[in-house]
Design a protein around this ligand. Structure first.
Ligand code: PGA
Length: 255
């Protein structure tokens, strides 16, 4: 982390977990634990928990994010939620292009780009996920894949808007597998993403963007990952579902 240049952010990604009573209990447990964090704290929760989360975190340092957003303003898109519907209830962030959306729900770089632009236009801050699958890493084309995703996913996003955007590097082979990227691997790709942004925008703009690592980050490996200059926090799945574990990550990112 380089806290002089940019904010470190720990964001929880609850995925399809927690009923409303369970969400309430976790948030109440989290509030005192998160209160001393000096890093950004976000919880991205299922749509059905958004209002509860916004309500319960009012006046705290915990920000609320959604896990997806549609790119159209309204219309015949059964099952989808618009950016305005999210901002209207007080949601500030949204995860876009998570590998599970790409893998199971047909998300492409084109739709990630549309969703990112729609989110920004509505005043939501996107957390855009990129990452290679195992075959791509083994074939030695990680940088090629990441460069392509960054360029396509962020096409047409202004320099001003990219500073409001968080990028999460999530190697697909590390998500939910317990297989974490080494600190060196995480640093290498996060630095590569920043270099790509510097080419697309300029160095000062690239230096201001928060780039997280995600993929089995947990209380045991967080310190080493977060010690890397270009790793500005984490997008946390499994370890965000337990207040104590999430608390350790907040503590590490606040050092
Ligand atoms: P994980 O998930 O921490 O459970 O690996 C990370 C993510 O999918 O964002």
């Amino acid at each position: 982390m380089n806290k002089e240049l940019r904010q470190a952010i720990i964001a929880g990604n609850w995925k399809m977990n927690k009923t409303r009573p369970e969400a309430k209990a976790l948030i109440e447990e989290l509030k005192p634990i998160a209160a001393n964090a000096t890093c950004g704290v976000i919880i991205c929760v299922p749509f059905t928990n958004l209002e509860t989360a916004v309500e319960l975190t009012k006046g705290t340092n915990i920000k609320v994010g959604a896990e997806n957003v549609h790119f159209k303003e309204s219309g015949a898109y059964t099952g989808e939620i618009s950016a305005a519907m999210l901002t209207e209830i007080g949601v500030e962030y949204v995860i876009i292009g998570h590998s599970e959306r790409r893998q199971y729900f047909g998300e492409t770089d084109e739709t990630v780009n549309l969703r990112t632009k729609a989110a920004l236009a509505a005043g939501l801050k996107p957390i855009v996920c990129v990452g290679e699958v195992l075959e791509e890493r083994e074939a030695g084309i990680t940088e090629e894949v990441i460069s392509r995703q960054v360029k396509l996913d962020l096409a047409g996003v202004s320099a001003e808007d990219i500073k409001k955007t968080v990028i999460a590097y999530e190697p697909v082979w590390a998500i939910g597998t317990g297989k974490t990227a080494t600190a060196e691997q995480a640093q290498e790709v996060c630095a590569f993403i920043r270099a790509t942004l510097a080419k697309l925008y300029d160095q000062a703009t690239a230096d201001a963007v928060t780039i997280q690592y995600g993929g089995s980050m947990n209380p045991k490996n967080a310190a080493e990952l977060l010690a890397q200059t270009d790793v500005d926090g984490g997008l946390i799945g499994g370890a965000s579902l337990k207040a104590a574990d999430f608390g350790v990550l907040l503590e590490e990112a606040s050092k």
